[in-house]
Write a protein that binds this ligand. Structure first.
Ligand SMILES: [Zn+2]
Length: 278
């Protein structure tokens, strides 16, 4: 029964995204698999946190799309999300959900909360921070860099990261209240848990986003377009291959996303341990 409910819910939401061209065919299949397993092995709270990430990120990516198009032309992640991008954002969460199913412990939940906060913060920072009127600065050198450069941070982007993390904490807590019988095995009162979940998710969002910028500036392969001179994440721009200027082999956007969400998850579970929540 859980599998059927999860499948129906996931197919409905991913199907809408596919119809709106936010997901490719492979992205649709990956999202349905991810959502179904997370509902069946986790709960409505785990599943709902994933949906909160997915729906909010999709809506932000549609918002002021035209204004962001120029900066985003050099990103790997523009346009429809494929299976690789869906799994880069949700795969780690799925592993944590499966681990909690096999060996139940509250620490898995906090790691999951941190991972979802980090991927949400990173996506919100990209979508909202891309509209910053002041150019971002490199997290490593402090120098101004063109919008869209990996490793660039702006005040607007950091604010968006914090908001994304807080949003995930608040969404998870709302789901916990709304769905009876889903409470995590904790003694903390509901109000205390709200403060803890929202606070931990907000901080994990900021930390994950800073880690994303740092790892992006250090590891991510960057190319320069031979035609227009823009620094880009993609190997191709303006219809021709660009030359690699820095980064490590294999350091693509998905690898950076997974690494920074690991940082967010590790940070959130450390906080939960420190405060005696898990
Ligand atoms: Zn170009």
């Amino acid at each position: 029964m859980e599998w059927l409910i999860g499948l129906a819910g996931s197919a409905g939401i991913a199907g809408t995204a596919y119809a709106n061209r936010s997901l490719s065919r492979s992205g649709f299949l990956a999202a349905v698999m991810l959502g179904t397993v997370m509902y069946a092995l986790g709960s409505a709270v785990w599943f709902g946190s994933l949906i909160a990430f997915f729906v909010s990120s999709t809506l932000w990516s549609k918002w002021k799309k035209h204004a962001k198009e120029k900066a985003e032309s050099g990103y790997e992640k523009n346009g429809m999300r494929d299976a690789g991008q869906v799994l880069a954002n949700g795969g780690l969460g799925l592993l944590l959900c499966a681990a909690n199913w096999a060996w139940p412990h509250p620490l898995w939940w906090y790691a999951f909360l941190g991972v979802m906060a980090a991927v949400t913060a990173d996506t919100w920072a990209t979508e909202i921070g891309g509209l910053s009127r002041t150019p971002p600065r490199s997290i490593k050198t402090g120098r101004r860099v063109p919008p869209g450069t990996s490793g660039g941070v702006s005040g607007l982007g950091l604010g968006a990261s914090l908001a994304g993390g807080l949003f995930i904490g608040a969404a998870a807590w709302t789901l916990l209240l709304a769905v009876p019988g889903q409470a995590a095995p904790e003694a903390a009162s509901a109000a205390l848990r709200l403060a803890a979940w929202v606070g931990i998710a907000g901080l994990a969002g900021i930390v994950g986003s800073l880690a994303d910028s740092w790892i992006g500036a250090t590891w991510q392969q960057m190319y320069r377009c031979d035609a227009c001179g823009q620094e880009i994440e993609k190997a191709r721009h303006c219809g021709r291959p660009g030359g690699r200027i820095r980064g490590r082999a294999g350091g693509d956007n998905a690898a950076v996303n997974v690494s920074s969400s690991l940082v967010g998850g590790a940070f959130a579970s450390s906080l939960a341990l420190a405060f005696g929540l898990a």
